[in-house]
Design a protein around this ligand. Structure first.
Ligand SMILES: [Zn+2]
Length: 135
């Protein structure tokens, strides 16, 4: 597969649901005894869907792909069509920040989990946040 094909494949997986990290995170959360809903828009009228939603605690979890959301640790910035990809990724980052601001304004806590994170430790982090919001 050449670079362009690989990039296209990654692009086709944008906002892919049920990625490996997301499924593993949900499994880990469930193992911790947490209950949640998946793929919901937390705030009525705001067209942004979270991957894992804790209604009573008002915690919305987003699992962000390293490539597509420009992970600072090991995002790869394609050299071919560099301008195009930079614009795409930066647009996504702006949208992520905007989503976080909208949710926060409505009393929600947005939580970002990177695709590369260990699902078990990410789940532990989420549990702490959820429990704090319920007490
Ligand atoms: Zn990463």
């Amino acid at each position: 597969m050449d670079t362009t094909a690989a990039t296209s494949l990654r692009m086709s997986r944008q906002r892919a649901r049920d990625t490996g990290t997301e499924v593993a995170l949900r499994r880990a959360l469930h193992a911790l005894g947490l209950r949640y809903r998946v793929h919901r828009r937390p705030v009525r009228g705001v067209r942004r869907e979270a991957d894992v939603v804790f209604g009573p605690a008002r915690v919305a979890v987003f699992v962000d792909g390293c490539f597509w959301h420009g992970c600072p640790e090991h995002a790869t910035w394609p050299k071919r069509n560099a301008e195009f990809w930079r614009t795409k990724i930066e647009t996504n980052q702006r949208r992520d920040r905007d989503t976080d601001e909208r949710l926060t304004a409505e009393g929600w806590l947005p939580v970002r989990v990177w695709e590369h994170e260990d699902p078990t430790s990410a789940a532990a982090r989420v549990r702490t946040l959820v429990k704090d919001r319920l007490t």
